[in-house]
Design a protein. Structure first.
Length: 271
């Protein structure tokens, strides 16, 4: 079995990361042109709503899993993960406030997820859903960066992208650990189900956010390819025998690090 980052190490990471955030130049104002705002603000309102979940059901699943796995520190790691996601929601909410745009209270995609989450029975199901959404977030926030000239929004996106790569490792290492006892047939069936779920999630994100994605240089074909390229890397990392490696065509931000060091996200230089 591969070596994974322990829950204690994840707790230390999340605590250190909370104290080491990028400085955001709030005093600069929103600085969005009318065209930029028209393209991305409706999408940001919906995405911000999705980042505000309290994580009650996920935390309950984490407690059950931690007891089964004899890993009590995992619960605290999940609490800190949820807190980091909520911080993303607060950052996006503050930007919407700065722009003078009301925050969204309801959205069809968020409403569906909030209903479906009650059907997720265990930590494996939760983690599978989360890793798909956060993989798409890598593409989404990069697109928002490219679609905006706002120093505030670009810095927020850089911080969230930096955080999300750590989150993704947190998720795929856990799925590797959960899946380790299974045989090849069971792994194949689960892999097929994961691909169907990811395809559906990718299409749902495109339907709700295609205008912002296009504004950031991601028409459907590029968005689809970028999403699957990153997800294939994560699926590879879920294999119990996988080692962090540079796969063919793997994005550089996903191919660095070793089994003991949480990967750093290599962000493009800001304009």
């Amino acid at each position: 079995m591969r070596s994974i980052t322990s829950s204690r190490e994840w707790i230390a990471h999340y605590q250190a990361n909370a104290a080491n955030q990028l400085p955001i130049p709030w005093e600069a104002g929103a600085q969005l042109t009318t065209a930029q705002a028209d393209a991305i603000i409706p999408s940001l309102r919906a995405w911000q709503l999705g980042e505000t979940s309290e994580g009650v059901q996920m935390l309950a699943a984490a407690r059950r899993y931690a007891q089964q796995a004899a890993d009590p520190e995992f619960v605290e790691a999940v609490k800190l993960f949820i807190a980091e996601e909520q911080r993303h929601g607060k950052l996006l909410g503050r930007f919407l406030d700065l722009h003078g745009t009301p925050r969204l209270r309801r959205n069809w995609g968020d409403s569906i997820f909030r209903k479906l989450r009650h059907l997720l029975p265990n930590m494996e199901c939760w983690t599978t859903v989360v890793i798909g959404v956060e993989t798409l977030a890598l593409v989404y926030y990069r697109a928002i960066m490219e679609a905006s000239e706002s120093p505030v929004l670009r810095t927020i996106c850089r911080q969230i992208l930096k955080d999300e790569v750590h989150h993704l490792r947190f998720q795929y290492e856990r799925l590797a650990l959960i899946g380790a006892p299974r045989g090849p047939v069971a792994r194949l069936l689960i892999s097929l189900l994961q691909r169907v779920l990811f395809a559906a999630t990718t299409i749902a994100v495109w339907v709700d956010h295609h205008r912002a994605l296009r504004a950031g240089g991601y028409p459907f074909r590029r968005f689809w390819q970028a999403a699957w390229q990153r997800m294939e890397f994560h699926w590879h990392q879920m294999r119990p025998d996988a080692r962090p490696a540079r796969l063919a065509n793997t994005p550089p931000e996903l191919a660095r690090g070793d089994s003991k060091t949480v990967v750093d996200f290599q962000l493009p230089a800001d304009a």
